[in-house]
Design a protein around this ligand. Structure first.
Ligand code: SAM
Length: 638
């Protein structure tokens, strides 16, 4: 498998693992791949003092042992700092190829079929897409739902405002159709196989048309439910994604609707913001009675100590923070502390239902998300406004350390510590990288920032480039337009741009096509020779240009010494057929013969006459002219 030559968009490379995008995924492989990839590409990238803990499909699985810096380097090199012209698809492709070259990944893929490799690489590309600089979302930690699950929960936050109708293409999920057996298997809440109470069917969606359940995993699985959701789930070709249905602010959570039955009777386990505002769902105190807390003894009730721990932290004055790797976006105010009432409900099926994704392509919340039943069991707060400890519970940390122990020792910066559990500061991934990386890597990050700042959005903030020796020659209009769109250039580039800027689109607009071509010709020749008065007068453009960049290519020292050339003599133009040209030549010859003057002969001197007898005297020979000869006296010898 390794060492194969693979064609990528026309280029062949040696040492790559061949793969192609696929939608052909099965539940087992997808679950395993997602546990592996979410650990590498979410847990290890997005954390510092505060871990992003991903609920695993099988927490008992061994996780890869590798250096997280390798992953960070892949993201920086292939996703962030690569040529800004590269498309998102190209960046992601490069990153996946680099990932497949890692020893830990090669080990994981050993013995897998080509189909399995395709599925793994395709799923990896979904996670890498999150890091493309033009992306609009981030995975973040949230404490909103922890009271219900007793676990650290993740969510998706918008990193920019999103308009209605926007498809958040970087928020994708891979899907696998579930067989009956697999469906049943996922429904079972097996104490050994659950993440300390997190059901494994938390990410199952039902296709109404196909009457089949699908498991969906990948970044899309981190979208939480809100009764007044701002996005809708829909299927796009090989994957599922989300479309914005309400305007979303920067920092706001991306939410979908899981259906009316997902959170149990009367939506009683729902802890969404809307329920909190309305005093409904999980915030409706009166609904919870002792009888609710009865039947199932599943592992989903966090131990009493967990609740105690949660409350203890709340009493320390923690707030519910919404944060991403770039920092905290939102701080929600603290509210009343919760009662310790524990409630449990029947365990049935947790399925998010969508209409047939291929037909309608949308999951309309009202019509299609109806068939849902009770969510996984949990302990829920019974008082409204229960704002939750933003920190991972001991339970979640223990499940984390469980997976850590399964993978052996991790680098120390990845291990959750007690300081992590009490810290409220959040180090963005870039800052984290700066902190722990070498100088060269540091420089890479600086380069990355400059790449980002050269994006159109960043340019809006740029001021005019500092005026330089050459910049004075830039006409005003060009200067101002350049200031808005380009970075300060190096001296050589500045000179070049000064020349370019003499030809603004506005100016060219004023010229007729003929004048434009004249203008072009004048400019091209002007660069090579000194302009004559005629050529200066011939076009306004050329004149302007001479005024701003006189003899641009000539060294300054030579300019004053240059002699202006004389105007060329007007030549009679001969046009017409070759016969005409021949006639003209004949005429010319005749004229020349008839008029010696025209051929440049000397004028004959007037005849000399004798002063005495008036006879003609012979002409004087200038060579033998002698002042004393009689001839010179103007008289003949007679
Ligand atoms: C598809 S997952 C969403 C991502 C999840 N927060 C995570 O960290 O993996 C669904 C699970 O998120 C939690 N959840 C999502 N929305 C919720 C809500 N409105 N109230 C309570 N829990 C919610 C529940 O644990 C649910 O089973």
């Amino acid at each position: 498998m390794r060492g194969a030559v693979v064609a990528h968009g026309g280029h062949s490379r040696v040492g790559e693992v061949a793969w192609s995008s696929t939608s052909n995924m099965n539940m087992r492989d997808l679950s395993r791949d997602d546990d592996f990839l979410s650990f590498m590409l979410v847990e290890q990238l997005g954390t510092d003092s505060f871990p992003l803990v991903v609920h695993k499909m099988d927490p008992s699985r061994r996780l890869p042992r590798h250096d997280p810096k390798e992953i960070l380097n892949i993201v920086q090199r292939w996703i962030v700092t690569i040529k800004s012209a590269s498309s998102a698809a190209k960046r992601v492709r490069g990153a996946v190829d680099a990932l497949l070259r890692l020893e830990a990944v090669a080990h994981y893929l050993r013995g897998k079929t080509q189909m399995q490799i395709n599925a793994f690489a395709t799923h990896a590309s979904r996670y890498f897409e999150l890091y493309v600089p033009t992306g609009t979302i981030e995975i973040a930690h949230t404490s909103r739902y922890s009271k219900w699950t007793g676990k650290a929960e993740l969510c998706i936050l918008a990193t920019t405002t999103l308009k209605i109708g926007t498809v958040i293409t970087e928020l994708k999920g891979s899907m696998a159709v579930l067989t009956e057996d697999e469906n049943e298997e996922l429904k079972r809440t097996d104490r050994r196989n659950t993440d300390g109470g997190i059901r494994r069917d938390f990410s199952v969606i039902h296709s109404g048309h196909r009457k089949k359940n699908h498991l969906f995993l990948g970044p899309a699985r981190f979208v939480n439910h809100d009764c007044d959701n701002n996005c809708e789930l829909f299927r796009e070709g090989k994957y599922i994604t989300f479309r914005v249905i309400k305007p979303i602010e920067r920092g706001q959570e991306i939410t979908a609707h899981y259906g009316d039955a997902y959170f149990g009777k009367d939506n009683r386990h729902c802890l969404c913001e809307t329920c909190e505002k309305r005093g409904k769902g999980g915030y409706r105190q009166s609904d919870y009675t002792d009888s609710d807390a009865s039947s199932d003894s599943a592992s989903t009730i966090p131990p009493r100590e967990t609740l105690g721990q949660v409350q203890k932290v709340e009493m320390l004055g923690e707030v519910n923070e919404r944060r991403t790797r770039r920092g905290v976006y939102l701080k929600l105010p603290d509210s009343e502390s919760d009662s310790e009432e524990e409630v449990q409900t029947e365990v049935t099926e947790a399925v998010i239902q969508i209409d047939d994704p291929e037909d309608a392509n949308t999951a309309s919340r009202s019509s299609s998300l109806s068939k849902l039943s009770t969510p996984p069991l949990s302990s829920i707060p019974t008082s409204p406004g229960a704002l939750i400890n933003p920190l991972p519970t001991p339970d979640s940390l223990s499940s984390r350390s469980q997976s850590e122990s399964a993978q052996g020792d991790r680098p120390s910066d990845q291990a959750p510590s007690s300081t992590a559990a009490t810290s409220t500061t959040f180090t963005p991934v870039k800052a984290q990288a700066v902190k722990s990386l070498s100088l060269s890597e540091h420089n890479l990050i600086a380069k990355q920032s400059s790449t980002l700042s050269s994006s159109p959005r960043a340019n809006i903030q740029l001021k005019s480039p500092p005026l330089s020796e050459d910049a004075h020659s830039i006409p005003d209009e060009a200067q101002s337009s350049q200031a808005a769109t380009t970075l300060p250039a190096a001296p050589a580039q500045r000179r070049f741009s000064a020349r370019l800027n003499t030809r603004t689109p506005e100016r060219n607009k004023e010229l007729t096509p003929r004048a434009k071509s004249r203008h072009r010709t004048a400019e091209s020749t002007d660069d090579k020779k000194i302009a004559t008065p005629q050529t200066r007068a011939s076009t306004v453009q050329s004149q302007d240009r001479k005024a701003s960049t006189p003899v641009a290519d000539e060294p300054r020292s030579l300019r004053s010494k240059s002699k202006p050339a004389l105007p060329p003599k007007a030549k009679p133009r001969v046009s017409g057929t070759p016969a005409d040209k021949g006639k003209a030549a004949d005429e010319k010859a005749k004229t020349a013969l008839a008029s010696p003057k025209r051929r440049g002969k000397k004028k004959a001197p007037p005849p000399r006459l004798c002063k005495v007898c008036s006879r003609e005297l012979p002409p004087l020979n200038p060579d033998s002219a002698d002042e004393d000869s009689e001839e010179d006296k103007g008289e003949c010898s007679r």
